[in-house]
Design a protein around this ligand. Structure first.
Ligand code: ZN
Length: 284
């Protein structure tokens, strides 16, 4: 199933894609797509509904973040060998973990807003894991059962805040709009091999990132297991699993996003995001 949320910020409601990729409204049929609802059997509930009998939504409907009320937004750093090399860092021996503020979460096509003082705005297309169960110190072989599904994440990053402001990476990762997720939460049973998906990102029509999730250093079940040793993963938590080579910081010379730039990014089978960059209040 491909699930999404729609509507203006604060009034989001659930929806589902039908077999013809049309947007169908689940308002009133099931609760909103949140961690609590996922824990309560939301996916099983939705699977009993025939999308064809649901009202169609207009194509211009705003697509909202694919999960609401996200508790934790956890990221894995340098999880592709080629990206570690372009960042001038060694491939890690253990996963590098950091977080984005959950207030950074935005719809997949919402504008990305330059915060005040931003000078090095960058992009990172990533496969996101959406947790479906409570995972506490789970083994690698049982980890998959705790995954509800997958989504696209753009781990938008401000490199000067991330790397030149005394640590930690959190500062450069957390501004409002820096975490577009979606368009869809694609349920686990609808992704045949999440470790074999092409992913790409264009800026103003130029393809900067073109990779495959096959090139992750640490694979998805290992990541869930590993993170669950350090914290309890809750339904609705999102794990951004790292980005392949081709970020702006890795270009020679570096390329950063300016006001008016357009990003397009996609992962095979998970849809596409499109964001325009605009200046926020007080931004240079
Ligand atoms: Zn990232």
């Amino acid at each position: 199933m491909k699930l999404f949320r729609h509507g203006a910020p604060g009034t989001e409601a659930p929806g589902i894609l039908d077999g013809d990729d049309q947007l169908r409204d689940l308002t009133g049929r099931v609760p909103d797509i949140t961690g609590d609802a996922l824990a309560d059997g939301l996916l099983a509930q939705i699977s009993l509904i025939d999308p064809g009998e649901l009202p169609l939504l207009p194509v211009e409907t705003r697509i909202a973040p694919c999960v609401g009320q996200v508790g934790k937004f956890i990221c894995v750093g340098l999880n592709y060998v080629d990206h570690a090399a372009e960042a001038g860092m060694e491939a890690p021996k253990e996963p590098i973990l950091f977080m984005k503020a959950n207030t950074s979460i935005a719809g997949p096509n919402d504008d990305v807003i330059l915060p005040p003082g931003a000078a090095k705005l960058d992009w990172e297309v990533e496969l996101g894991i959406v947790m479906g169960g409570i995972a506490r110190d789970v083994g690698e072989d049982e980890a998959e059962a705790f995954i509800a599904g997958y989504c696209i994440v753009n781990d938008v990053s401000e490199r000067s805040f991330q790397l030149e402001r005394g640590g930690q990476w959190l500062k450069g990762k957390s501004a409002d709009s820096f975490g577009p997720i979606g368009p869809y939460l694609v349920t686990r049973d609808s992704v045949s091999d999440p470790q074999d998906l092409e992913l790409w990102l264009d800026v103003d029509g130029h393809r900067y990132q073109d990779g495959t999730t096959a090139n992750m250093i640490f694979k998805l079940p290992f990541l869930v297991s590993y993170i669950s040793r350090f914290m309890t993963l809750m339904p609705g938590d999102i794990i951004a699993t790292g980005t392949p080579a081709g970020v702006g910081m890795g270009q020679r010379p570096p390329v950063y996003l300016q006001e008016g730039a357009e990003m397009r990014l996609s992962i095979a089978g998970l849809g596409e995001q499109r964001q325009n960059v605009r200046a926020g209040r007080g931004a240079r």
